[in-house]
Design a protein around this ligand. Structure first.
Ligand code: C2E
Ligand code: MG
Ligand code: MG
Ligand code: MG
Length: 291
């Protein structure tokens, strides 16, 4: 019986491993096919400031799958973070986002555009060439209105390398944001050592801060530390008025989340901006007076 049990456990275990590997392979294939067949699209989510204005938009990658419809990164996560695709994705994102940014610019909408860049691409020797080429292609979008979002996934031994790259981005005028801040285990090191202009407070802290005093403490600490270092703070995952109010009260300058808008196609942004201007965001204006 023991032998049988062991045998079962073994096959169950390897089945799980198999499934995980298969799953990752499918995700990579989805991204590879999407790249090859021009199925990648960017959606854009507005970022607002705590005075009721608009700070910019973040581009978020989607794949238009002929069978399954529009798919978000959870469907191709393993591909996004794979060295084989990171650069191709990054090049697509730069081109699509800067083109859209230039169109808004021509429409009189001076929007800041944030793009997510994988650490694999950032640390690729061709990264700065890729960035400069895209900047040259869309001269109507000033580099100062572009922000690159980097998550804390870059290994520590590459910190020096990342530091150099990001400083070079700054030299071009491009801003740097530390994404998903607080989830990695080297947060404060990154905050101190990477040349960044913004910190994006991870949505997990924002979501739980109302009920969990520990999450609230982390949110408050990140806001305070960032402000002392002269960095903008952007809270992600703001879903309720209670969240927005509390964040604004604590001095968080910028907010992003479903409360304001879900990610949408670029051509929908002008109409959203129009509607947002006509909203009376009492949540935000009252709390900013309170500070
Ligand atoms: P992220 O950069 O932290 O982006 C924020 C994610 O939170 C987005 O998920 C967005 O749709 C979602 N979100 C925004 N507001 C709310 C809210 O109020 N509630 C909740 N529950 N979620 C909200 P999305 O679009 O699924 O993207 C997931 C992640 O995939 C991104 O996290 C980013 O790490 C990665 N990603 C997205 N686009 C790209 C890309 O172009 N390149 C790379 N390398 N990674 C990307
Ligand atoms: Mg991001
Ligand atoms: Mg994030
Ligand atoms: Mg995230």
């Amino acid at each position: 019986a023991a032998k049988k049990q062991g045998g079962d456990q073994l096959s169950l275990y390897s089945l799980t491993l198999d499934e995980a590997a298969q799953n990752a392979a499918n995700m990579r294939l989805l991204l590879e096919t999407g790249l090859k067949n021009n199925q990648l699209v960017l959606y854009y989510q507005p970022i607002v400031n705590s005075f009721g204005g608009v700070s910019g938009v973040e581009s978020l990658l989607r794949i238009r799958d002929p069978d399954r419809g529009l798919l978000g990164p959870s469907a191709f996560w393993a591909g996004l973070d794979h060295h084989r695709y990171a650069r191709d994705v990054g090049i697509f994102v730069m081109d699509a986002a800067f083109r859209q940014g230039q169109i808004w610019q021509q429409q009189g909408l001076a929007l800041r555009v944030s793009i997510n860049i994988s650490a694999h691409h950032l640390l690729d020797a061709r990264f700065l060439d890729d960035l400069e080429r895209a900047l040259r292609k869309y001269p109507g979008l000033p580099a100062e209105q572009i922000e690159i979002e980097i998550t804390e996934s870059a290994p520590l031994n590459d910190l020096l390398h990342a530091q150099e790259r990001l400083a070079a981005c700054n030299d071009l005028g491009v801003r740097v944001a530390l994404d998903d801040f607080g989830t990695g285990n080297a947060s404060l090191t990154y905050l101190q050592q990477l040349p960044a202009q913004s910190v994006k407070l991870d949505q997990s802290f924002v979501r739980d801060m109302i009920n969990d005093p520990k999450d609230l403490a982390i949110v408050a600490a990140v806001i305070t530390a960032s402000r002392m270092l002269g960095l903008d703070v952007i809270a992600e995952g703001v879903e309720t008025e209670a969240h927005a109010k509390l964040l604004a009260k604590m001095g968080c300058g910028h907010l992003q989340g479903y409360l304001f808008a879900k990610p949408m196609p670029g051509e929908d942004i002008p109409l959203w901006l129009q509607q947002f201007k006509n909203l009376n965001l009492s949540v935000l204006s009252h709390s900013s007076i309170d500070i």
